[in-house]
Design a protein around this ligand. Structure first.
Ligand code: GAR
Length: 215
């Protein structure tokens, strides 16, 4: 598949995809990275690895609609098959999603439907849960919702800070995101209403799924 990756900042999930491709674990290529921010680390990663990228900023457009039109054009030009939101901090409209039906996935640092939106890790700490994690899901119009493809869980320790918890979750983000891309690439992912079935995979959740050990 040609992957289009949308980013807003650090780009460590983008790096996890790059690493999986370079290690031969993914047979896909990144044909376009779009950042809605200038001068972010995600862009440096593109430069370092020779990956085509564009910076498309919301404030350069009069409306969200025009901004999204530019995103769609860039992704279509690059013949993108799957759009991956990897730390992209914007909500996409139904119009955007209509261009890529069930072809947009997102990584979110909680076990959705818990702690959607910003600062999911801090929300988990403040709420006092003992387990949290991360989710890869198909993107729908609802914020950080949509059919769940894979999740990984981690413990929350009493001494955790937002940083330590984020780091523990991030380790698993970097595993489940490439894993899901591979499942989709292999044509094994089927959506039945809210449920996602991955052919040949008994569980979509760490630590139970041995297949995830690949990543
Ligand atoms: C990641 O933790 C990702 O799950 C989160 O932003 C971070 C981006 O890090 N995304 C969301 O909160 C989406 N609602 P990265 O730029 O290093 O990949």
């Amino acid at each position: 598949m040609n992957l289009g990756v949308l980013v807003s900042g650090r780009g460590s999930n983008l790096q996890a995809i790059i690493d999986a491709i370079e290690a031969g674990k993914l047979n896909d290529s990144i044909s376009m990275v779009i950042s809605d921010k200038e001068g972010v680390r995600a862009v440096d990663r593109c430069l370092k690895h020779g990956i085509p990228y564009r910076v498309i900023k919301r404030k350069d457009f009069r409306s969200k609609e025009e901004f999204e039109k530019a995103l769609v054009e860039a992704l279509k030009e690059a013949e993108v098959d799957l759009v991956v939101l990897a730390g992209f901090m914007r909500i996409l409209s139904a119009t955007f999603l209509g261009h890529f039906p069930m072809k947009v996935i997102n990584i979110h640092p909680s076990l959705i439907p818990a702690f959607q939106g910003m600062h999911a890790q801090r929300q988990a700490l403040d709420y006092g849960v003992k387990i949290t994690g991360c989710t890869v899901h198909f993107v729908t119009e609802e914020l950080d919702n949509g059919p769940v493809i894979a999740q990984a869980c981690v413990p929350v320790f009493p001494e955790d800070t937002e940083e330590s918890l984020s780091e523990r979750i991030l380790h698993h983000e970097h595993r489940i995101l490439p894993q899901v891309i591979r499942w989709i690439s292999e044509g094994r992912v089927r959506v039945e209403g809210r449920r996602v079935v991955v052919e040949g995979a008994r569980y979509g959740t760490l630590p139970f799924n041995p297949e995830l050990e690949d990543f």
